[in-house]
Write a protein that binds this ligand. Structure first.
Ligand SMILES: N[C@@H](CCC(=O)N[C@@H](CS)C(=O)NCC(=O)O)C(=O)O
Length: 242
């Protein structure tokens, strides 16, 4: 019997993990070898499902989306938790071995640089999500809610703010993270010990690779350290669809 249910986002042509937020949790579950199962939700199903589990919405200042993926249920006591960081802490508490350090100085240091990279690349990535991955009900929801957030249709946002200018803005953060990966010899940010901070980066790389191989390669060709981290984590990326 699976001990945990992981809620993840549906996709086409078949369900598999694509978004970098649920990847953080899935990487942790795979790393620890926990017996879990996945329940796939279309975007419009997320809020009703999590309300029915009795979850409180995300605080507005932390996440503009009230109900979000990843969310998990621990079946031993039916506890439901939303948000990858809160989930990570609870998993670490319940399944301490093998250890996955979470609140490390490295994660703190990664934070700002990661925000620069992920934030700058939004216009380069976001319009691809409905095009490449989403089924019609999620596609309609995603295009509508993101157009509201960015104040224009996604394709226009992509044309206006994506491309080279987005990569230029991301450069400083990419360089800093590559520097961090080199500092302790790799393949992980803390050298030979993998930590939750690594899964943040690996999740983003996997998301980009799924959207288009060239996006992933643009990073790993310039900064091979990212490729080394990715390769060292491949074993935990294998299970992506159940
Ligand atoms: N900081 C949160 C972010 C979660 C998040 O925003 N997830 C997105 C998918 S990647 C989501 O569920 N969005 C739901 C929506 O847009 O309605 C975490 O790490 O769990």
């Amino acid at each position: 019997m699976p001990e945990i249910t992981l809620f993840d986002l549906s996709s086409k042509p078949k369900n598999f993990c694509w978004s970098y937020n649920p990847w953080k949790t899935r990487l942790q579950l795979n790393y620890k070898g926990i017996n879990y199962k996945t329940e796939w939700l279309e975007y419009p199903e997320v809020a009703p499902k999590f309300k029915s589990l009795g979850l409180e919405p995300n605080p507005q200042d932390v996440n503009p989306t009230p109900y979000s993926i990843p969310t998990v249920i621990f079946h031993s006591d039916n506890k439901a938790i939303m948000d990858s960081k809160a989930i990570a802490e609870e998993i670490e508490k319940r399944y301490p071995t093998p250890t996955l350090p979470i609140d490390t100085p490295t994660r703190e240091k990664l934070g700002e640089n990661f925000k620069v990279v992920a934030g700058s690349l939004v216009p380069e990535l976001v319009a691809r999500v409905p095009r490449v991955l989403l089924n019609p009900t999620s596609r309609e929801y995603f295009e509508r809610t993101r157009a509201e957030r960015f104040g224009m249709p996604l394709e226009e946002y992509e044309k206006k703010e994506g491309g080279e200018q987005a990569w230029d803005k991301a450069e400083k953060g990419l360089e800093a993270i590559a520097g961090m990966l080199k500092e302790k010899g790799g393949p992980f940010l803390d050298g030979s010990q993998v930590s939750f901070a690594d899964f943040q980066v690996v999740g983003l790389l996997r998301f980009m690779e799924i959207l288009h191989q060239s996006l992933y390669e643009r990073i790993t060709k310039t900064y091979p350290e990212f490729g080394k981290l990715y390769d060292a984590s491949k074993q935990w990326l294998e299970r992506d669809n159940h």
